[in-house]
Design a protein. Structure first.
Length: 725
C-alpha cells in the first residue's frame, strides 16, 4: 500500500504573480510566507489572484528538477490584504478601473487599512484625494463591485471543476443573478455567453449532478449541434441526421433526443421545413428560418414595383454615360447597364480584371443624372474603403448603414423606419450571410433599386448561408456575369493565375529572368515553410520588391490552428518584426504596441465589426486599457475585452474576404488537407494587389486546384425564391 503524504497549510502575501492562466486557473505565485525572509514558489489553481493578497494554501513541498523547491497546493484561497504594503500592491495591480500604482499609494496613505471599506461603503470620501473627482470615483466604485462579483463567479465555476476567462461576460449578461441562473440551467452559458461552448457548460452541469441523459441536456445538445452546423455555413440540417450526429457526439439516447426535438419545435426555438426540403425534412434554428422567409418576402416586395427609370432612352443614356466616364464600355458592361435601367433587383458578378469597378462608376453616374440618391455599402470596413477609393463616392459598411440601436438590441433601420434613398449598390456580396442580408432587405424602402456586386466563385460568407449563389441559382433575379479580362489587367499574373485556378489549371510562376507580380516558391517540408517566409520578412520583400513587411505584407493561411496556421504565423512574425515594446498578455496572446490586430466579432457599442483591422496605438496599465487605431479612428479596449482581438500579421483566407493587400503570402501544404479547395486558393490569390507569393508544396497546390467539391450549404432559399418570384 502506497504511503500517504500528509498535507500542510501555509499562508502569506503574494509578492508577484509569475503566471496565471485565466482559462485553467493554474498559477505560479511568489509568496512571502510568515516567518520567512526569502520568497517561496507556490503552484496551484485559483480563480483569480493579485499581488498583495493574502493566500492560504494546502498541499505539500516538492522538489522540481527545473524550478527547484515549490509548494504544490491542492487548495488555494485568497483574501484581500490587511497590511498597508499589501493593499498598495493589491489596488495597484490593475484589478480596479481608475486605480493604478500611483493612486493606490495615495489612497492607502490617506485611508490606511480602511481603504477597501471606504471604496465599498463611503466612496464619496475618495474625492478627498487630489485627482479623483465624481467621474473617477464612480468608476472606481463600480469597478470594485464588478471585480468582486466577477471573482465570486470565477470561484463558483472553479469549485465545480471549470475555470473560465469569460466570467466578466457572465457578469455582464446576468449581473448579480449569475450564480442562481447558472445553477438552474448551466446550459444557458452555451446559449448566451460568447466563448463558452456546450462542452464547457456540460462540464459544469455534470458537476451539478445533471444526468447525461436528462431532457435539459438533450435540448441543449440539439441546439448545440445546430449551432455547429450553422458555423459551418448550413442554415438547416436534415432531421434524422441531426438526431444521429447529436447521439454520436453526446451519447444521448435517440428517444430522448426525439423528445427534445419535439420540445424545441413546440417552443418555436426550432422550426421544421418539410414542403420545400428536397431530400428530407430540415430543422432550422428559429432565427435563421425567420431570416430566410423574410429575405424572400422583401425581395418580392421590392420587385413588385416598377424601376424608377424604366422609361429611359437606353441608347442615349448609354452613350452619355460612356462620354461622362471617358471610357468605351464592353458589350457585357453595356448589357449590365441596360439591365440596371429595367430592374429593381439585379446581380453583377465576375472575377478580377473584368471591369466590375468601371461598371459601378458608370451606374453611379447614370443614376445621379436622374437625380436619384445612390448609396454604396460593403460588408466590412476594408471593403467599404476600397469601394470608396475605386468609385470616387463615399461607401459605408452595412452595419453603419443600418445603425445599431443598443437600447432595443437591433438596427435603427427596418420596415417601420426604412433607409432614405433610391439606389443601393452593395459590393463584395458573396460575403453577405443570411442574417445580414435579411436585415438589409428589411430596411430598404419599397421604391428602392438593389444592385449586388460580387464574385460568386469566391468563398461563401463566413456566417451561415450562401446568399449570392442561391439567389443566382434560383434564376429569378436578373444576373450579368462579366467574363472578359480587360487589356490593363491582362499584364497581371495575379489576374491571369486567378482565372487559371478557376478553370482548374495550376498557377504559373514568374522568374528572376521574367519578373512579375506572382511567384511560387516550392517547399516540400512543412518545417521549411516558415523559414522561406521568414526570409521574405527579413529583407527580400524590401530589397527585391520595395515593400515594407510590417505595413504591406499579409500572410493568408487556409487554417487558424496547427503549425502552418494563422495563429502560429502571428507569433512568429510578431517575434521577428515587433519583438519589443510596451505589452500586455491576455487570453494566451501577447498584445504589443505597434502590433496589427483584427476584430473578431461585431461590437456595436464600439462600432467595430468582424474582420476590421487596425494597429495597437498605445497601452495604459494605470487605466488597464489599450487603444487600437482603425484607419484614423481610435477605439479603446479594456484589458478584459481583449478576447475580441487577435493578432493579424496572418489571418485565414476566409477572414481576408473583402480585403486587398499590397502583398499576399499564401502558405499552402498538405497539412492543410481538409481545406484545400479551388475556391479557397482562388480567393487567396485575388486578395493580392501588387504581389502574390505562394509558398508550399506543389502537391498541395495541385490538390487545391483540382478539388472543386466544396460542400453545398443546406437551405431552402433557392426553392423559396423559385416558388415566390
Amino acid at each position: 500500500m502506497a504511503e500517504q503524504v500528509e498535507t500542510e497549510q501555509i499562508s502569506g502575501h503574494v509578492e508577484r504573480v509569475t503566471f496565471h492562466s485565466a482559462d485553467t486557473g493554474f498559477a505560479v505565485l511568489q509568496m512571502k510566507l510568515r516567518g520567512q525572509r526569502d520568497l517561496e514558489s507556490v503552484i496551484g489553481k485559483i480563480a483569480d489572484v493579485q499581488p498583495g493578497e493574502h493566500v492560504v494554501a494546502e498541499g505539500r513541498w516538492v522538489m522540481d528538477r527545473q524550478h527547484g523547491r515549490q509548494f504544490k497546493a491542492e487548495i488555494l484561497k485568497s483574501t484581500p490584504p490587511d497590511s498597508p504594503e499589501g493593499i498598495v500592491k493589491f489596488l495597484g495591480s490593475g484589478l480596479i478601473e481608475g486605480i493604478g500604482p500611483v493612486y493606490a499609494k495615495k489612497l492607502v496613505d490617506k485611508f490606511g487599512r480602511d481603504v477597501l471599506e471606504v471604496i465599498e461603503h463611503r466612496s464619496a470620501k475618495l474625492e478627498e484625494i487630489d485627482g479623483i473627482g465624481p467621474t473617477r470615483r464612480k468608476r472606481i466604485k463600480e469597478s470594485w463591485q464588478e471585480a468582486r462579483q466577477v471573482r465570486e463567479i470565477m470561484t463558483f465555476l472553479m469549485s465545480h471543476g471549470v475555470s473560465t476567462a469569460r466570467a466578466f461576460r457572465i457578469y455582464k449578461s446576468y449581473g448579480d443573478k449569475a450564480m442562481t441562473k447558472v445553477q438552474a440551467d448551466p446550459y444557458c452559458l452555451a446559449r448566451d455567453i460568447r466563448g463558452i461552448g456546450f462542452k464547457t457548460a456540460d462540464q459544469i452541469a455534470s458537476h451539478f449532478g445533471i444526468d447525461a441523459a436528462s431532457p435539459l441536456r438533450a435540448r441543449a445538445g440539439i441546439e448545440y449541434m445546430l449551432l455547429q452546423r450553422s458555423q459551418s455555413g448550413h442554415i438547416a440540417t436534415p432531421r434524422d441526421e441531426l438526431v444521429d450526429i447529436t447521439h454520436q457526439e453526446l451519447d444521448i439516447p435517440r428517444d430522448i433526443l426525439e423528445e427534445a426535438l419535439l420540445h424545441g419545435l413546440a417552443k418555436k426555438r426550432l422550426m421544421l421545413e418539410t414542403r420545400l426540403a428536397a431530400d428530407a425534412p430540415l430543422v432550422y434554428p428559429a432565427h435563421l428560418h425567420r431570416a430566410e422567409l423574410e429575405l424572400v418576402e422583401d425581395l418580392a416586395r421590392l420587385m413588385a414595383q416598377e424601376p424608377p427609370i424604366a422609361d429611359a432612352d437606353e441608347d442615349k443614356a448609354l452613350s452619355w454615360v460612356q462620354e461622362k466616364i471617358g471610357l468605351e464600355l464592353a458589350p457585357q458592361q453595356l448589357d449590365a447597364l441596360r439591365m440596371a435601367l429595367s430592374s429593381k433587383v439585379m446581380i453583377i458578378t465576375g472575377g478580377p480584371g473584368v471591369g466590375k469597378t468601371t461598371l459601378v462608376k458608370a451606374l453611379i453616374q447614370l443614376f445621379k443624372a436622374r437625380n436619384l440618391k445612390v448609396s454604396l455599402a460593403a460588408p466590412t470596413g476594408r471593403a467599404a474603403k476600397r469601394m470608396s477609393e475605386s468609385s470616387g463616392s463615399p461607401a459605408r459598411t452595412l452595419h453603419r448603414l443600418l445603425i445599431y440601436d443598443p437600447e432595443n438590441g437591433g438596427f435603427k433601420h427596418h420596415r417601420e423606419n426604412p433607409l432614405k434613398g433610391d439606389i443601393w449598390i452593395l459590393d463584395e456580396a458573396s460575403m453577405i450571410d443570411l442574417p445580414l442580408a435579411s436585415q438589409v432587405l428589411r430596411a430598404l424602402p419599397d421604391h428602392a433599386v438593389l444592385i449586388l456586386v460580387g464574385d460568386v466563385d469566391q468563398l461563401p460568407s463566413v456566417g451561415p448561408g450562401s446568399v449570392l449563389r442561391d439567389v443566382i441559382d434560383s434564376k429569378r433575379i436578373p444576373v450579368q456575369r462579366l467574363t472578359e479580362i480587360f487589356r490593363q489587367a491582362e499584364g497581371s499574373q495575379i489576374v491571369q493565375n486567378a482565372h487559371r485556378v478557376q478553370r482548374g489549371e495550376a498557377p504559373l510562376s514568374c522568374t528572376p529572368q521574367y519578373p512579375g507580380d506572382f511567384y511560387v516558391i516550392p517547399v516540400e517540408e512543412a518545417d521549411a515553410v516558415w523559414d522561406r517566409i521568414r526570409g521574405l520578412y527579413a529583407g527580400k520583400l524590401k530589397q527585391r520588391f520595395g515593400l515594407n513587411p510590417l505595413r504591406d505584407a499579409q500572410i493568408l493561411s487556409p487554417m487558424q490552428r496547427g503549425g502552418l496556421g494563422a495563429r502560429a504565423f502571428n507569433q512568429q512574425v510578431q517575434a521577428l518584426i515587433n519583438p519589443r515594446g510596451d505589452q500586455v498578455e491576455r487570453f494566451g496572446i501577447i498584445f504589443r504596441e505597434g502590433d496589427r490586430v483584427m476584430q473578431l466579432l461585431n461590437n456595436y457599442d464600439k462600432e467595430c465589426f468582424n474582420g476590421d483591422m487596425g494597429e495597437i496605438a498605445g497601452i495604459d496599465r494605470e487605466e488597464q486599457e489599450l487603444w487600437v487605431d482603425f484607419g484614423g479612428r481610435k477605439v479603446t479596449y479594456r484589458f478584459h475585452e481583449l478576447d475580441e482581438l487577435q493578432l493579424s500579421y496572418a489571418v485565414t483566407i476566409h477572414k481576408s474576404q473583402g480585403s486587398e493587400y499590397p502583398c499576399v503570402i499564401l502558405p499552402l501544404h498538405t497539412q492543410h488537407f481538409v481545406m484545400l479547395q479551388r475556391n479557397l486558393l482562388y480567393t487567396g490569390i485575388t486578395r493580392g494587389k501588387q504581389l502574390v507569393i505562394l509558398v508550399g508544396s506543389m502537391r498541395a497546390i495541385r490538390m487545391a486546384v483540382q478539388n472543386q467539391d466544396s460542400t453545398r450549404r443546406l437551405s431552402c432559399l433557392k426553392a423559396r425564391l423559385q416558388e415566390r418570384l
